[in-house]
Design a protein around this ligand. Structure first.
Ligand code: DX5
Ligand code: ZN
Length: 227
């Protein structure tokens, strides 16, 4: 699987979302949208109405990351609205099989998010229901936090798990991904890279995406798991 970059608009100017989406439209693969409800995480961002508006203006497919309680109730609506990927958190879902299936039935890819302190192994039986695993590399809730190296062993184990299941599941890392850390992530097995502050705090967000992609591609080509 080729490297994919998903800039997070959490670090963008929320009053100019369409322009901020445009700034990466020709170089990124996805636009990562962080939905936070101030319950699952201690921060509040945006919800379905803003996603629906963004869908009208953004040319990139939307990668919606739901950091919310009751994802079983809300996630299918994001897929029905037109988000191309919808990720729910393992820690919040009460009926993950039903919800992941509802996301797929609405035509989107189904993602499962895993916090830094959550083990991957209990979710092995869910893998056939999943198109992407999102491994949080910070505690979810805020942009601009420091990357947690403690997640790297889990990332390696997850890459092995995915390989045993046929290798078609994408493996996304989210949190603290930057020029300093993206190569470690690629070497350990990630193939989809979310970056918020590393893209939108840069002078030229498009150039930042291109530079991150180059680094990730180089690191992937020398990673044992990609051979
Ligand atoms: C954090 C969000 C991330 C956030 C990453 O809970 O899920 O998507 O935007 O921001 P950076 O890349 O600045 O760590
Ligand atoms: Zn995110």
């Amino acid at each position: 699987m080729a490297v994919q970059i998903s800039p997070s608009i959490l670090s963008a100017d929320f009053a100019r979302l369409a322009d901020e989406a445009d700034a990466v439209a020709s170089v990124a693969d996805w636009l990562h949208v962080d939905v936070m409800d101030n319950h699952f995480v201690p921060n509040l961002t945006l919800g379905l109405p803003v996603v629906k508006s963004l869908l009208k203006h953004a040319s990139l497919p939307l990668d919606c990351h739901l950091m919310i309680e009751e994802p079983d109730r809300w996630a299918p609506q994001y897929a029905e609205a037109g988000a191309r990927n919808v990720t729910i958190h393992a820690e919040a879902a009460h009926a993950p099989v039903r919800t992941l299936r509802a996301i797929r039935a609405a035509g989107a890819r189904a993602g499962l998010g895993i916090n830094p302190g959550t083990a991957i192994e209990p979710y092995e039986d869910l893998l056939p229901e999943v198109d992407m695993l999102l491994l949080m590399t910070v505690e979810p809730g805020f942009g601009g936090q420091s990357f947690l190296d403690m997640v790297l062993p889990k990332l390696r184990r997850t890459r092995e798990l995915v390989a045993r299941h046929g290798g078609s599941i994408w493996l996304q890392v989210d949190g603290g991904v930057s020029a300093e850390t993206i190569e470690r992530c690629a070497e350990a097995g990630a193939d989809v890279f979310v970056a918020g502050s590393a893209v939108y705090d840069a002078g030229d967000p498009g150039a930042a995406v291109q530079a991150l992609r180059q680094q990730a591609e180089r690191a992937t080509s020398r990673a044992p798991w990609s051979r």
